[in-house]
Design a protein around this ligand. Structure first.
Ligand SMILES: Cc1cc2nc3c(=O)[nH]c(=O)nc-3n(C[C@H](O)[C@H](O)[C@H](O)COP(=O)(O)O)c2cc1C
Length: 326
């Protein structure tokens, strides 16, 4: 299948693995890229630019296919050395960067000068349009269904994607709630050029996270995520657990008086405990509604092959069949 995204990124299938804190290590990124998608290393999970340089080199040793690096510009507890991370990306020969969070404008010139394609992930049509205006090569349109930060507008992909298609001329992928061939065909039908998946890729054999995390996703249904941090205008979709119930309790009792310090214990620095040690109640962690569609833990190759086979089957048989009847 060829779309503007496969052509732009030089990949076989229009499937991207979004950057994920403490999940997007070289093992997962290389497995996705080797299976014909685009794997992405999460820049900020590496504590320093030097550590990111090593992770890029590790990934390069595991795949000869294109892969990218995610740079997330979010209100973090400490400010990160973004110029240093970008230096590691350039020197590591990475040609694709996924930006997320704030507007990446100030870093675009240096990325462009070095021949790097920028996919900006955003949750609204106005931000997607802005990304196009400032010169991003593509956008990842992240609907309300998504794991992590869905923004504050709450527009699901059934509306967001066709709206994006109406406004954008650059390629875009559908992100949030994507799991299988049905998602891919639906995304293409709504004007997208491919899909970006997060939660689905966590529940794969190669994702280097604790087995408890994968089992929690398989066990979860579409009813098991919650939105937290909305009063701080930094909404995050997470899997419900003890920490999340505590956060929601504080949000209710403190109302508008809530400050980041009130919940910091349950959100800051919790990812290593959850993802690496499997302490599933250690804090809040991103998970999408799509958990309801995830029932197994395949390899990335099995998952991507299955998505492409199912998508082709839907297009050739189901959809074509509707037209040829009668
Ligand atoms: C565990 C986890 C951690 C994530 N961390 C990040 C991150 O650090 N930066 C980012 O841009 N997106 C992050 N995301 C969001 C994904 O890249 C992707 O946009 C999202 O998962 C898409 O929704 P889906 O899970 O329904 O596929 C994370 C998602 C998950 C599941």
């Amino acid at each position: 299948m060829q779309t503007r995204i496969t052509e732009l990124l030089g990949i076989e299938h229009p499937i991207i693995q979004g950057g994920m804190h403490y999940v997007g290590f070289a093992e997962l990124a290389s497995a996705v890229s080797n299976a014909g998608g685009l794997g992405i290393i999460t820049g900020l999970t590496q504590r320093t630019p030097e550590a990111l340089a090593k992770e890029i080199a590790r990934c390069r040793a595991m795949t000869d296919q294109p892969f990218g690096v995610n740079l997330t510009f979010l209100p973090a507890v400490t400010t990160s050395d973004y110029p240093g991370y970008i230096r590691s990306i350039i020197e590591g020969g990475v040609k694709i960067v996924e930006t997320a969070g704030n507007n990446p404008k100030q870093y675009l010139p240096v990325l462009k000068e070095n021949g790097i394609k920028v996919i900006h992930k955003c949750t609204s049509v106005r931000h997607a349009f802005k990304a196009q205006q400032i010169g991003c090569d593509a956008v990842s349109v992240d609907g309300f269904e998504c794991a992590g930060h869905p923004g504050e507008d709450d527009i699901p992909n059934f509306i967001l994607l066709p709206r994006a298609a109406d406004e954008l001329s650059i390629p875009f992928v559908a992100s949030g709630g994507m799991a299988d061939g049905r998602s891919l065909v639906a995304a293409l039908a709504m004007g997208a050029d491919g899909i970006n998946m997060g939660t689905r890729f966590v529940a794969t054999k190669e994702a280097p996270v604790h087995e408890n995390v994968k089992q929690a996703i398989v066990a979860a249904t579409e009813l098991d995520t919650r939105l937290i941090l909305r009063p701080l205008r930094n909404t995050e979709r997470v899997l419900r657990n003890e920490a999340v119930d505590r956060i929601i309790g504080k949000e209710k009792s403190l109302g508008d008086r809530i400050r980041f310090e009130d919940i910091v214990h349950d959100v800051a620095s919790v990812y290593p405990k959850i993802m690496l040690e499997g302490q599933m109640d250690a804090g809040a962690w991103s998970c999408g509604l799509v958990a309801g569609l995830i029932h197994d833990i395949p390899t990335c190759q099995e998952l991507i092959d299955r998505i492409m086979t199912q998508a082709e089957d839907i297009i050739r048989r189901r959809l074509e069949g509707f037209l040829s009847r009668g």
